[in-house]
Design a protein around this ligand. Structure first.
Ligand SMILES: Nc1ncnc2c1ncn2[C@@H]1O[C@H](COP(=O)(O)OP(=O)(O)OP(=O)(O)O)[C@@H](O)[C@H]1O
Length: 261
């Protein structure tokens, strides 16, 4: 695996939310969260807990009552291009141009760095190749997205988020469709990002992957009910609570794993 570009700027994001409503119903309740540079945060919780909504809110994609601050300034006051250089987003079931080649999809990640209608620079092309090599999607760079499998497509979309070379990476269910070796590769990529000082926040259903994060954010009913180390007993207790004690959390060869009870 090749090394990622070093991260020059890692912005501090901080959300303080009072409420967020969708379709006239409050789905997020008072909460605060601040990703830490050099840390991988995994957001977990049962279906409908509000994980994706929280992540979309942090990406500035949903209006809410409260404050979203980026480096001490209201995120809405940042020029959109500059903000997009600092925060990369990998969403679920994103609508993408299916006819674009995988290469061109990843190049979309470079838009925040490009002048209006300017051709891709050498740095843009290098960033795209590096991201596609890192996700092992370079071999199908010429194929349209519509002709890729679910997992292949997810690796292209992950490469697009990596190609932004942002200090903050927000990913909603990044492991969807990935087979076990590529899930492990994703964890290695995240580890590499945070070792360079980047901040990563991921919503994950795969608890065994989430238990490898630096911090677990446990959600239920639109609230953060616990934040802590995945190694702490109180974090395990919070997980047990939100999943109705239908889990076993065990240590196997030094690693915490969750099994369905
Ligand atoms: N467009 C919408 N209009 C109304 N309610 C919505 C809308 N989108 C989501 N919700 C509701 O908001 C709540 C939180 O949804 P969200 O997708 O954030 O949950 P989640 O924790 O990511 O769930 P999952 O694990 O199932 O992906 C759910 O109760 C959901 O039904």
């Amino acid at each position: 695996m090749i090394r990622a570009h070093s991260l020059s700027v890692v912005p501090r994001l901080h959300i303080e939310l009072t409420t967020l409503s969708l379709g006239g119903r409050a789905v997020l309740h008072p909460l605060a969260l601040a990703p830490v540079p050099g840390e991988w945060m995994a957001v977990v919780g049962p279906n409908g807990a509000g994980k994706s909504t929280l992540l979309r809110t942090m990406a500035g994609l949903l209006p809410f009552d409260g404050r979203l601050m980026l480096d001490g300034r209201d995120a809405a006051d940042w020029p959109a291009r500059e903000r997009a250089q600092h925060i990369a987003w990998l969403g679920q079931q994103e609508i993408t141009a299916e006819d674009l080649s995988a290469y061109d999809v990843v190049m979309l990640g470079r838009l925040p760095h490009q002048a209006w209608l300017a051709p891709a620079s050498t740095a843009d092309r290098a960033a795209v190749e590096q991201a596609m090599q890192q996700t092992q999607s370079w071999d199908w760079r010429d194929r349209p997205l519509s002709r890729l499998s679910g997992g292949e497509r997810q690796r292209v979309l992950l490469a697009r988020a990596l190609a932004v070379q942002s200090g903050l990476l927000l990913m909603d269910e990044p492991l969807a469709h990935l087979d076990p070796p590529h899930q492990s590769d994703w964890v290695r990529l995240v580890r590499e990002r945070v070792s360079q000082g980047g901040a990563v926040v991921s919503v994950l259903h795969e608890l065994n992957m989430a238990l490898q994060a630096d911090r677990l954010v446990v959600m239920a009913d639109g609230r953060i009910v616990h934040q802590g180390s995945p190694r702490d007993a109180d974090t395990h207790a919070a997980l047990q609570d939100v999943f109705q004690h239908r889990l076993m959390i065990l240590q196997v060869q030094g690693r915490w794993v969750a099994l369905n009870a």
